[in-house]
Design a protein. Sequence first.
Length: 697
Amino acid sequence: MKSSEGRSRVIIEDVQPQVDCGVHAVKRIVGDTIKISSVIYGDGHDHVDARLCYRPAREREWRYAPFRERGNDVWEAEFSVDAIGAWVYTVQGWIDHFSTWVHDLHKRIDAQEQLVPGEPAGGPEQNEGVTAVDENTVAQEDFIASKKVGVGITTRPPNDIALAFRTGAILLDQASSRARGEDARALKTVAGSLRSLAEKKIDHYEFPLDEDAIQLALKYPDLGFASMFPKELPLWVDRERAQFSSWYEFFPRSSRTDEKHGTFADATALLPSIAAMGFDVVYFPPIHPIGTAFRKGKNNSVVAEAGDVGSPWAIGNADGGHKAILRELGTMQDFAALVERAEKLNIEIALDIAFQCSPDHPWVKEHPEWFKIRPDGTIQYAENPPKKYQDIYPINFETADWRLLWKELYSVFAFWIDKGVHIFRVDNPHTKAIPFWQWCIAEVRRSHPEVIFLAEAFTRPHVMYGLAKIGYTQSYTYFSWRLKKDELTQYLQEITSPPVSDFFRPNLWPNTPDILVEFLQTGGRAAFMQRVILAATLAASYGIYGPAYELCEHLPAKPGSEEYLYSEKYQLRTWNREDPNSLVPLITQLNRIRHEHPALQRNDGLRFHGVSNENLIAYSKRSGEDVLLMIVNLDPHNTQSGWTDLSLAELGLPLNDETYSVHDLLSGETYAWHGSYNYVELHPEKMPAHVLVLRAD
């Protein structure tokens, strides 16, 4: 232990937020204000002060923000982040002798008012042996008590006030030595005035310092024995789209209406209509060459017929692997033109990264050691017994050649980043080595901190959360299967509240090419309306598997299956985007509302409210003065009604029975409501939800 540490008397505990005791980074968005709390205390009655130390990890010099005590030794501070990338923060605390002195001097000065002129109560002889009080070791209460026991009442200001002035002068001299320029001279001047006062023989002292002098001295604390929290806690700051994004997934090969194979040019032609719907991320399944060995046919048939296009996730053939493009889609120049057009429409292209190979992938021939070899010498294909996926070879992350494997996989990200892609949806990351992801994401961020990673990890909660902790920006969730009020309430509260929300960002998808839940199979058009409204308003990021969703595709491959009949994963599809029953108008309206209301662009303002019917769910989102209340009918077949039980304070509404207006952004209607309890009725086919703007009249 250093000699100074033995005299560091301030204890710093429970710094929040932090993830796993600082092992992983807290996540925030550029421009955010981060609120930090800590338990900070010292021994005795001396005052404690503290400051928050923070900086971008690339900088050496700390920035500082003051802590303020909120009671019971709990302190709070905050700072804003102005750049994406890695940051660190910690806490420093110290005994503030000057603040303690100011506090005690106030009490000494005030104590003069309690002294009554006259002779000592017990005669002069009773004052014999009384010595001056050491203000640095005896509390003012003890001083007052000492005057009452055998000392009596004096007619002159106690000698300890003059001594206190001298003590203050010393503290100001010390502060002056830590200051510079005009501040140092000003502190010296104040110290001199205190010494002059100490020499005067007057009957009554006024408090000698003004607030400016006090604050000037507090700017230069004595940190010689300051305590520092033992860890620099990590913080990762992302760009805004990491938090607020609307995703639209479609297969470029199904972007035509004449049953021919689509191209990047065809996909580019669809971008303006997708932008008009309000989506800002377009996500493509793998765009790489597709293997021919064991190619799957329509509806996941194990035998492909002539003309079957296979699964995009069976990556690689003689044309190349993860850094090549399926020739039917076009060229790299065509892809570059698509990315350029998307940028002009304020859309980002997200690519699927699936680290698996078809038997035809170049890696299989060049690096067979990267795969599991069975006893008969063949490579192990993917399977989930009794299901078999002979067209896909998983990668073996326990290979002895893991270092070269890691570098090659990282180079896939680097290649597509160089082509203008800065968002990646990663397929099944939970089936690959988590240490690899931690290293790979860190390597990408070293030169490209703007890159966003979405984890398609429908897996156990701790694994899902573990991927978020080691760097994944967003994650798919269990939302697709959360249907009832209590399920939705409990789950959304979990993933949008600390400690989970400090590292996990949900991206809600009501469907994917792999997931057609039974609710959508049987609930009709109203079910699709309900689920997209929930996804778009419960979380700041959401997405849909586009044409299948907007056209309410609902037929399963077979009873009890969540696979689509005529799944686009295995065949070309044509979509009637002009269908009059399409949900495009509703989806467009939802995205417009999301962009116009900051309340829907964050997750930390989500609150659930009571409503008397279990088939109705009520929740609000708030950002500053922007407050929205959503009420959704969870029953796709029947009209449901009930009475709200709103938390008026959380909604910023009058706590009495004053009238306030609620304007429905979906229907355009306005209602006059009173207090917490108001009647609602929602017909699922007409419109299964209210999205209400609340305004106090």
